[in-house]
Design a protein around this ligand. Structure first.
Ligand SMILES: O=P(O)(O)O[C@@H]1C[C@H](O)[C@@H](CO)O1
Ligand SMILES: Nc1nc2[nH]cnc2c(=O)[nH]1
Length: 301
């Protein structure tokens, strides 16, 4: 956590330096950023005029350490829209501070991004969910945040956003509706739901008692990411859509024999990434038509 003594490793100046470096490396000027969850890096494949930048080459950027997270930014066009994909995200359990985990979100903001689409792989807690379903994230529970692991703890820099941002509409209602309409048009409605995502720090998957607790708290799915990125995105006035791929059913019953593992998560992600990609392409083509109000920044796009 940042304190006044322990100065921020991702200050406004650090963010500016990284942004200026990236803007000097590419002619792309993305308006939409897509964070690819575990095994979902191929969401970037359909982009045209692609340009890759490896995380290790970007000043101040963390590097990816998790299998299924390639570790590069991919700039490109989808249906004529300028996009940047994060092929690989950062997680708290990798040992990164939440400031580092969310550093790319602020870089996107400074680059001129207006809309961020955050994807992830998660375990289904809602009994109606099946493996391979998509959950449009309606809301989240920031469990690490309750314990002080929060990306906005520490001195607030007003150039990014206000001290006490509203989170009751973190996931834009209008963007959620557009995503749901698109899944219906594509004939996917039988395996698409809206729901509440709960973040845990990981890296272990849940015990059965923990899973039961999360379900009682109102979580429909559980994962180890997304919430810090969305919190920082909302803080700095980005429009947010969150999509979660249900890669496994979380055990809520001591008699169940199946054991979840990361390889299975990656396998299901890769199997269903095509479906998610179809939703994303149509969404990217149409999301500029949707007007949203950010209560933290009433005049923002
Ligand atoms: O980056 P995401 O949230 O998609 O990754 C999920 C959570 C863990 O990092 C990993 C577990 O298999 O997948
Ligand atoms: N915490 C958690 N993260 C996941 N990511 C994918 N599946 C799961 C899961 O069951 N639990």
């Amino acid at each position: 956590m940042h304190t006044k003594e322990n100065s921020c490793c991702c200050s406004f100046d650090d963010c500016k330096l990284t942004t200026e470096w990236l803007l000097s490396m590419t002619r792309h000027r993305p308006k939409i950023a897509i964070v690819c969850g575990s095994g979902l890096g191929l969401l970037a494949e359909t982009a045209s005029n692609k340009q890759d930048v490896r995380y290790e080459d970007i000043p101040n950027f963390p590097v990816s350490t998790v299998p299924g997270h390639e570790g590069r930014l991919v700039f490109g066009h989808i249906k004529g829209k300028s996009c940047v994909f994060m092929q690989g995200r950062f997680h708290l359990y990798e040992g990164y501070s939440l400031c580092k985990v969310t550093f790319p979100v602020r870089i996107f903001k400074l680059m001129g991004v207006e809309t961020i689409i955050v994807t992830n792989a998660s375990g289904g807690l809602c009994q109606d969910f099946k493996v391979g379903d998509i959950m449009v994230i309606k809301d989240h529970i920031n469990l690490p945040g309750f314990a002080g692991q929060h990306p906005l703890c520490g001195p607030n820099d007003e150039r990014f956003g206000i001290r006490f941002p509203c989170m009751s509409d973190a996931y834009s209602k209008a963007l959620r509706k557009l995503a749901l309409d698109i899944t219906t048009e594509l004939g996917y409605s039988n395996f698409v739901h809206e729901g509440v995502y709960c973040m845990v720090s990981g890296p272990n998957f849940e015990t059965i008692a923990e899973a039961r607790m999360l379900q009682i708290l109102g979580s429909d799915s559980v994962g180890m990411s997304t919430v810090p990125e969305v919190t920082v995105a909302k803080h700095c006035g980005l429009r947010v859509l969150g999509l979660s791929l249900i890669t496994n059913k979380v055990s809520l019953d001591y008699s169940r024999e199946e054991k979840v593992n990361h390889e299975e998560v990656l396998q299901i992600s890769k199997m269903r990434a095509e479906m998610l990609k179809n939703v994303l392409i149509t969404f990217i083509a149409r999301c500029h038509q949707v007007e949203t109000i950010n209560t933290n920044y009433p005049n923002a796009v």
